[in-house]
Ligand binder design. Structure first.
Ligand code: DX5
Ligand code: ZN
Length: 215
């Protein structure tokens, strides 16, 4: 079963409650947190997650594009995130490990994320301890970029690792997912698709969600 996670980065932040209701037929809500350091852009932070938690029962999938994310795990857990994902490039391995341990303590689902430059093998030290691996198919920082086809072999490789080491782990793909690229990432082994512009840019977001699911 494919899950669709609309990214609110493409929503109208002045009317976020309505924007969340527009995608309520989706499975998860994807929240992009950017610090202006790990990526050049600055997006949203803890107070917005807290407000989203009051506005919806949807599963909040929070993608942390921040340096040394271990500093913020408790704050986002308190805000009501269901899953936190940290970039492997955002700290040294002990820092990543500490972030995952903090999530475990807080009962939050644990994710790791790979930038396009990072190889599939980088997940191996963590794969048995995480609930989700997120493969970026654009450079993180902005919505509306072009899907990077060269990431498909990496998705396939990580799907093989998941089958071998942790079959319950989700494989999520983020960046440039639209009705044309969704079948490619599903065929490569993804089971959670993030989509910003393909959902919020559509006249009928519910129909766009069904199309992305392959219905
Ligand atoms: C990019 C973000 C994505 C972004 C996806 O750094 O992680 O979640 O919102 O947007 P689209 O689907 O438009 O590529
Ligand atoms: Zn994202």
């Amino acid at each position: 079963m494919i899950k669709i996670a609309p990214s609110i980065l493409s929503a109208d932040f002045a009317d976020l409650g309505r924007e969340v209701r527009r995608v309520s037929s989706a499975d998860w809500l994807h929240v992009d947190v950017m610090d202006g350091m790990f990526v050049s852009n600055i997006s949203i932070g803890v107070p917005v997650v807290k407000s989203l938690r009051k506005a919806t029962d949807m599963f909040l999938d929070v993608h942390l594009m921040i340096e040394k994310p271990v500093r913020y795990i408790d704050a986002f857990a308190d805000a009501g995130a269901d899953l936190l994902s940290v970039h492997l490039e955002a700290d040294m391995p002990p820092g990543i490990r500490a972030a995952l341990e903090a999530m475990e303590r807080r009962g939050v689902k644990k994710g790791i994320v790979l930038r396009p430059i990072t190889a599939a093998e980088a997940v191996l030290p963590y794969i048995k301890d995480v609930d989700l691996i997120l493969v970026m198919t654009v450079e993180p920082g902005f919505g509306g970029q072009k899907f990077m086809t060269d990431q498909l072999p990496k998705i396939e490789a990580i799907r093989r690792y998941i089958e071998e080491y942790n079959p319950a782990c989700h494989l999520e793909v983020d960046g440039g997912v639209d009705p044309n690229t969704a079948p490619l990432v599903v065929r490569a082994g993804a089971d959670v698709l993030v989509a910003g512009s393909a959902v919020y840019g559509a006249a009928d977001p519910a129909a766009a969600i069904r199309t992305l699911r392959g219905e």
